[in-house]
Design a protein around this ligand. Structure first.
Ligand code: PLP
Length: 373
C-alpha cells in the first residue's frame, strides 16, 4: 500500500515506538503517585513537555497535555468564553475553512449566546486582513484562526492576525495541528493547539500551549492534574511518545522540509497539466497536494485505487459524503469539489512510490473519463 494520507495521520516513527515501549511494558506506574516509580513517570512526562514546547518554539507560557487536539481546541474556546463570562466582550471570530473541531465548537458557543462571525476566504484560501480589520472592535473576545489548513495546506498570516487581535484587546487562538514540525509556529497567539499523531507520534494525545495569564477556565474537572487546569491521569507512554516525536521533528525540520519540497515537484510533474491545485501554491505547506480534475469523481477514484491511501479532504468530510466545506469556501462549485482529492506525503514517502501513485491516479481518472463518455 502506498500511503498518501499524511494529513489524516502519520506513520509512527520507529524512534517513537522505542521510546514508548518501556512505559507500556514494565514502567506502568501512575505518574501522579508519590511512589518512586510514579515520580519517575512524572519526570519522563516533564521531559516530554519540554520537547513539545521546544518544537513549538513558543516562550512565556505553559503546556498542558490533553487527550487530543480536539479536546485542546474545545478547552481553549469554551474555557476562554467561560473565563470572560462576567466581562463585556461577547464575540468570537473564526474562518470558514477551520477544522470541524473549531467550527462546531464555535457553533455550539453561538447556541449558548455568543455572537459568532465566520469570515470568508478568497479563492486562494487566504483570509483578507481588511475583512478581519472591519470586524475587530471592543466587543470581540476571541479570534480563532489556524496556521496550516488540513484540507488544502494553505497557511494564514497568523502573526499579523495576532497583532491586530491584540490591538483591539482580544485574545487569539491558533490551531497549529498541521503546522507543527513543518512550518515555524508564529509567536503571537495566546493559545495554540497541537496533536502528536500528525508528527509521527501516537494517537490519543494532544496539547494546549497557553500564554501566561491567558489560560482558559478548566474544562475537565477532577483530580486537579496538569497544574489544576486539566484533570485526568496522564498516560506516560503517550506523553513520552509525543515528546520523542516532537524532538525528532525539531531535529529534522529542515531535512523533512527539503524532502517534502522534492516530493511536491515530483508529484506536480507526474500528474501533468490536467489537474488544478486547490488553494494557494505559494502560501502553503507542500506536503499537502489537494487537486481536482474536470469530470472526475474523487470518491470513485479512492474506491478504484485500493492500494493507494489518500482522501477527499478531511477524514471527517470523507466519511460524511458531504462536499468539503473548505473547497466550497474557496468558491468551488459542487462538481469541482466532488472532483477533488488530497494527496498527503512526508518523511517516509519515497519519490518512486509517489510517482507510481500519481501514474495510477492519472490512469484511473482517464478510465473514468472513458467510461462516462
Ligand atoms: N485541527 C486540525 C487542523 C486537524 O487536522 C485535526 C485532525 O485531523 C484536528 C484539529 C484534530 O486533532 P485530533 O485528531 O488530535 O483531535
Amino acid at each position: 500500500m502506498i500511503y498518501l494520507d499524511y494529513q489524516a495521520t502519520t506513520p509512527v516513527a520507529p524512534e517513537v515506538t522505542r521510546a514508548m515501549e518501556p512505559w507500556i511494558e514494565e514502567r506502568f506506574a501512575n505518574p501522579h503517585s508519590p511512589s518512586r516509580a510514579g515520580r519517575e513517570a512524572a519526570a519522563a512526562i516533564e521531559i516530554a513537555r519540554k520537547h513539545v514546547t521546544s518544537a513549538m518554539g513558543l516562550k512565556g507560557g505553559s503546556l498542558a497535555f490533553t487527550g487530543s487536539a480536539t479536546e485542546a481546541i474545545n478547552w481553549a474556546l469554551k474555557g476562554t468564553v467561560e473565563k470572560a463570562r462576567s466581562g463585556t466582550r461577547n464575540r468570537v471570530i473564526t474562518l470558514a475553512t477551520e477544522h470541524a473541531a473549531v467550527l462546531d465548537t464555535c457553533e455550539w458557543l453561538a447556541e449558548q449566546g455568543i455572537d459568532l462571525t465566520i469570515l470568508p476566504v478568497g479563492s486562494d484560501g487566504r483570509l483578507d486582513l481588511d475583512d478581519l480589520a472591519r470586524e475587530l472592535d471592543k466587543r470581540v473576545l476571541l479570534v480563532a484562526v489556524m496556521l496550516v489548513n488540513n484540507e488544502i495546506g494553505v497557511t494564514q498570516p497568523v502573526s499579523e492576525i495576532a497583532r491586530m487581535t491584540h490591538e483591539c484587546g482580544a485574545l487569539m487562538f491558533c490551531d497549529a495541528v498541521q503546522a507543527l514540525g513543518h512550518v515555524e509556529i508564529c509567536t503571537g497567539p495566546d493559545l495554540v493547539a497541537v496533536s502528536a499523531h500528525k508528527i509521527h507520534g501516537p494517537k490519543g494525545v494532544g496539547a494546549l500551549w497557553m500564554k501566561k495569564g491567558k489560560e482558559p477556565a478548566p474544562f475537565i474537572h477532577g483530580g486537579g492534574q496538569e497544574m489544576g487546569v486539566r484533570s485526568g491521569t496522564l498516560s506516560p507512554e503517550l506523553c513520552v511518545g509525543f515528546g520523542a516525536a516532537a524532538k525528532l521533528a525539531e531535529e529534522r525540520i529542515h531535512r523533512d522540509y527539503d524532502h517534502v519540497e522534492k516530493l511536491w515537484s515530483v508529484a506536480v510533474k507526474a500528474l501533468g497539466p490536467d489537474w488544478t491545485i486547490n488553494g494557494s501554491v505559494r502560501h502553503r505547506y507542500h506536503g499537502n497536494l489537494n487537486i481536482r480534475r474536470k469530470g472526475v469523481d474523487g470518491a470513485r477514484l479512492i474506491a478504484d485505487l485500493r492500494d493507494v491511501a489518500f482522501s477527499l479532504g478531511s477524514a471527517c468530510a470523507s466519511g460524511s459524503g458531504r462536499p468539503s466545506h473548505v473547497l466550497r469556501a474557496l468558491g468551488l462549485d459542487y462538481r469541482d469539489a466532488r472532483s477533488s482529492v488530497r494527496l498527503g506525503f512526508g518523511r517516509y514517502t519515497t519519490q518512486q512510490e509517489l510517482m507510481e501513485a500519481c501514474k495510477r491516479l492519472v490512469e484511473a481518472a482517464r478510465t473514468q473519463e472513458k467510461l462516462d463518455a
